[in-house]
Design a protein around this ligand. Structure first.
Ligand code: GTP
Ligand code: SPV
Ligand code: MN
Length: 604
């Protein structure tokens, strides 16, 4: 018996059951009893390992296949009916051909297995921002992650009623065959099919697949926005809380900024930061004409390496109960986990992310290998650079009340940013909304381990949405311009930040992490109109005296260095932008062409 009478759900399930031929069907109701049984089963089969219940209660370890550790952008498809709706930055497949090919790969692959049916909501059930999905999977790991990352349960079905406004998601592990791995989206059918992977971003279909690729398309149709953004609240002493959203590419600091701990000098004055979201924002225009954002997720799927008590205390605290760790080091001495950058005490007796014996000696060699080639032979990292934790948002010490209610927070500022060793200053403000859309559209960043492929290569990643926009990026830019027209003078101010400027030895100059609040503080002052700025060719840059460096060992000269805008460098940047813009042909909004021309004129 199915727990819903919704005819659109039942029709799809009839088709999927016939296609996948499962031995058994289990509906996930989200009850603790059911989840406990699934955890036990996953431990019995070796899919997961239960960690030390005193140190890490209800926490589990999982290792993916070696070839399956990150998103696969070259195997990710947007199957719009017309190729031109997919656009030049996505891979396209004709939908009918795609369904046939994918169904051929998936056919019968649940035979001898259980089909788990996961009804879930992105956003709190009942919030006007929220949307429902159903994911089918043959992986308990996926079920348990979805339970942390989304709201799972039958109340989702009740809230949906007979509506057809829900996203179909079919996931099958198949053989984890790299050559037959596909992450395919059918925006016009509200459908996602993912085969031959078990890695988070490819298989937790509520996350990037639905909440960004499908939802960005829905947002364009329905007049809202789905963005790759964190959302945080800042409360300055004696003032009301201001909210900002920030888009940085994968592994460029969203989780860290969202949960930052104010530096002592700021904490002493009474500054507070709270987290609404760390990866995805759904944004709508509210009744008062301002932009309001919610976090559609219910947990964090965060980068483990580099997370420690100092860099991100709140993220680490979030992983202390009910978390799942993927591809980190298993410390066999106390049955806990470890990763590079957690602390200076790598375990003596451990297993690395590939399941091989690993220890502190290997870890030491790994650290020294760069300066001492003799160490190369022994050296290997224990955790994969894209190893992750899945943690319930409610564990986070600084989670906002507003996260829980899903009522949406009004945005004062939108921030773009990426990893740029040179070129981009620490922070600058755009001239107005359209100029801000231009700033977002020209974002560039060094690639990271979050996606398969080369690391450290600068690529254009507009609004951090290059891998996540479910339709033509030129139309997406147009949607941003349109939203600005509707917002008028109620539009948030738009900024760009870069925490990653390096010196001649390649070291980061700006201390980053908690100290980024010093930059957010300037941003909020600009929104309030209480601080001046210097006008440059690219926008407004702080006067060095206006960034509060109290308690920080960082000179005004160093600050001036990273606030500098080098016009010669920007002239060559402008050439790169022109080249990039050509991709979009006549879908590029003329507002952006004008913005580029104006920039060039100012640089002359
Ligand atoms: P996704 O989950 O992939 O979307 O990543 P994210 O944008 O949430 O990135 P995250 O906050 O997990 O940070 C990724 C890496 O950047 C980690 O190794 C951090 O230690 C590092 N990082 C974050 N903030 C800063 C910063 O301000 N300065 C420097 N130098 N590194 C940072
Ligand atoms: C990202 O890559 O931007 C992530 C991790 O947040 S994943 O869910 O794999 O996309
Ligand atoms: Mn992300």
């Amino acid at each position: 018996m199915r727990p819903t009478k919704n005819p659109t759900i039942n029709k799809w399930l009839d088709e999927m059951e016939a296609l996948m031929t499962p031995d058994k069907i289990v509906w996930i109701d989200g009850s603790e009893e059911q989840l406990e049984a699934l955890r036990a089963e996953a431990c019995a089969t070796g899919e997961m390992e239960k960690l030390n219940d005193e140190l890490l209660p209800d926490c589990y370890l999982h290792r993916t296949a070696e070839n399956d550790v990150a998103r696969v952008e070259d195997r990710t498809f947007i199957c719009s009916r017309k190729e031109e709706d997919c656009g030049p930055t996505n891979h396209w497949m004709e939908p009918q051909a795609a369904y046939e090919m994918l169904y051929d790969i998936a056919r019968g692959r649940y035979a001898g297995r259980t089909m788990y049916v996961i009804p879930y909501s992105m956003g709190p059930v009942g919030s006007e921002f929220s949307k429902a999905g159903i994911e089918l999977t043959d992986s308990i790991y996926v079920v348990l992650n979805m339970v942390i990352m989304t709201r799972v349960g039958f109340d989702v079905l009740e809230a949906l009623g007979d509506s057809n406004d829900w996203v179909r998601g079919l996931h099958a592990k198949c053989d984890i065959d790299k050559e037959k791995r596909y992450i395919a989206h059918f925006p016009e059918d509200n459908t996602i099919i993912s085969v031959n992977s078990g890695y988070g971003g490819n298989v937790l279909l509520g996350k990037k697949c639905f909440a960004l690729r499908i939802a960005s398309y829905q947002g364009k149709q329905e007049g809202w926005m789905a963005e790759h953004m964190l959302i945080l609240g800042i409360t300055r002493p004696g003032e009301e809380t201001k909210y900002v959203a920030a888009a940085f590419p994968s592994a460029c600091g969203k989780t860290n900024l969202a949960m930052l701990i104010p530096p002592k000098a700021f904490a002493d004055k009474g500054y507070k930061v709270e987290t609404i979201g760390d990866d995805i924002a759904w944004i709508r225009i509210g009744e008062d004409g301002r932009l309001y954002a919610i976090n559609p997720e219910n947990g964090f799927f965060g980068v483990a390496p580099g997370t420690n008590e100092n860099s991100n205390f709140n993220a680490l605290a979030s992983t202390k109960k009910g978390a799942i760790f993927t591809n980190v080091v298993h410390n066999l001495d106390n049955n806990t986990v470890w990763w590079e950058g957690l602390d200076k005490n790598p375990p003596e007796n451990a297993v690395d992310w590939l399941g091989r014996k690993w220890n502190a000696e290997i870890s030491k060699a790994n650290e020294e290998a760069e300066s001492d080639p003799a160490k190369k032979k022994l050296a290997r990292s224990g955790a994969h650079p894209n190893s992750r934790f899945t943690a319930p948002a409610e564990n986070c010490p600084c989670i906002s009340e507003k996260f829980k209610t899903g009522e949406g927070v009004p945005l004062s500022a939108i921030i773009f940013g990426g990893r740029r060793a040179k070129t981009a200053p620490l922070v600058y403000q755009s001239r107005d909304w359209n100029n801000g859309v231009f700033v977002g559209s020209i974002m560039a960043s060094e690639t990271t381990a979050a996606a398969a492929g080369a690391v450290g290569v600068v690529r254009r990643d507009p609004m951090a949405m290059l891998p996540f926009c479910g339709y033509h990026m030129g139309d997406y830019f147009g949607h941003w311009i349109e939203m600005g027209k509707k917002l008028g003078d109620k539009a948030p101010k738009i900024f760009n930040v870069n925490w990653f400027r390096t010196d001649d030895e390649g070291n980061f100059i700006w201390p980053g992490f908690g100290d980024n609040l010093r930059v957010l503080d300037w941003i909020v002052s600009r929104c309030d109109g209480t601080v001046d700025a210097d006008e440059t060719a690219i926008g407004y840059v702080p006067k060095a005296d206006d960034i509060d460096l109290e308690g920080l060992d960082f000179s005004k000269e160093q600050l001036e260095g990273i606030l500098e805008v080098d016009n010669a460098m920007w002239a060559s940047e402008a050439d790169g932008i022109e080249e990039f813009y050509k991709k979009f042909g006549d879908k590029l909004p003329e507002e952006l062409t004008n913005q580029l021309n104006n920039l060039k004129a100012r640089l002359k």
